[in-house]
Ligand binder design. Structure first.
Ligand code: HSE
Length: 299
């Protein structure tokens, strides 16, 4: 019996569409036990989205895919899934399931692949590396999947930064949120995003966080997703007026993230504003997860 602990992640961080992500100190844990045959899945902490407890469960599907790739048969398993990452909210819950499935399969099959190799397999499965690579490796990561090669660099973050997750009570599917993005963009918008992505990475690495507000602006996806996230612009404006260093849509949304400094009492300040909005917005302040996905063994 063993447990895997996989973090939530936020992708894009504004301009870094499909290439920048960060893991967060908020985890799902999955405990696995081999059983003589079959599949048993128990979901603890159920959310508003029903998680499948049969062969269509994403963690189990990932395990099956891994075993197929090495030409072996999946053993009987009991899987107890305790979810704390909100589902379909742009916080990498699918990437967390894929990371969990790969870690579990790697351990059960005794393949002993490195986290880097598993991250690459996960990025190929997901189609983009921005959630899955930080889910495995922790911290903020910039990643490029070039054909079958994964190039990534972990970006050191200023230690005083925390991240306020503003999570609404409505879901948004990544598929729907990708459909609204145009297939081509202007050179002007390309320059706008490339310059901000570079500034974002440099601001984090140098600790010059006064640039974050501009560095987190985006023209690739956020403007097109505004209609899918009611009050997104109002919340951004309010968060910045309360002193947030930067604001962005988390992954494909609908969660919004404000970058804050620990001592600024942001939660208390923004709560009255959130409470008068028509939808419920929960707020959770987290730090980045430094280690990323981990296995814990029971002896
Ligand atoms: N980068 C993706 C998007 C989400 O914004 O559609 C996470 O992979």
């Amino acid at each position: 019996m063993f447990t895997v602990k996989v973090p939530a992640t936020t992708a894009n961080m504004g301009p870094g569409f499909d290439c920048i992500g960060m893991s967060l100190d908020l985890y799902n844990t999955i405990t696995i036990e081999e059983i003589p045959q079959g599949l048993e899945i128990i979901i603890k902490n159920p959310q508003d989205i029903e998680i499948p407890t049969d062969e269509t469960n994403l963690i189990y599907q990932t395990i099956v895919q891994f075993y197929q790739s090495i030409g072996k048969t999946v053993p009987g398993i009991r899987l107890v899934q305790e979810d704390h990452i909100p589902c379909t909210r742009g916080l990498g819950s699918s990437a967390a399931c894929i990371a969990a499935g790969l870690l579990i399969a790697n351990k059960l099959a005794g393949t002993n692949y490195s986290k880097e190799k598993l991250a690459k397999l996960g990025a190929i499965m997901e189609g983009h590396p921005d959630n899955i690579v930080p889910a495995f490796l922790g911290g903020m990561v910039t990643a490029v999947l070039d054909k079958d090669e994964l190039h990534y660099i972990k970006i050191p973050l200023p230690s005083q930064l925390s991240f306020a997750l503003l999570v609404p009570d409505f879901p948004l599917s990544t598929e729907k949120a990708r459909q609204v993005i145009p297939k081509s963009l202007s050179l002007e918008d390309g320059i706008y995003n490339a310059s901000r992505t570079a500034l974002l990475v440099a601001s984090m690495m140098s600790g010059e966080i006064q640039h974050l507000q501009v560095a987190m602006e985006d023209r690739f996806h956020q403007p097109y997703r505004i209609p899918l996230v009611p009050h997104m612009e109002d919340i951004f404006e309010k968060a910045l007026s309360l002193g947030a260093k930067g604001v962005f849509l988390s992954g494909a949304g609908p969660t919004l993230i404000a970058v804050i400094e620990e001592e600024m009492n942001f939660k208390k300040k923004i709560t009255p504003f959130l409470q008068q909005l028509p939808r419920r917005w929960d707020i959770k302040i987290v730090k980045p997860s430094q280690q990323g996905a981990q296995i814990q063994e029971f002896h």
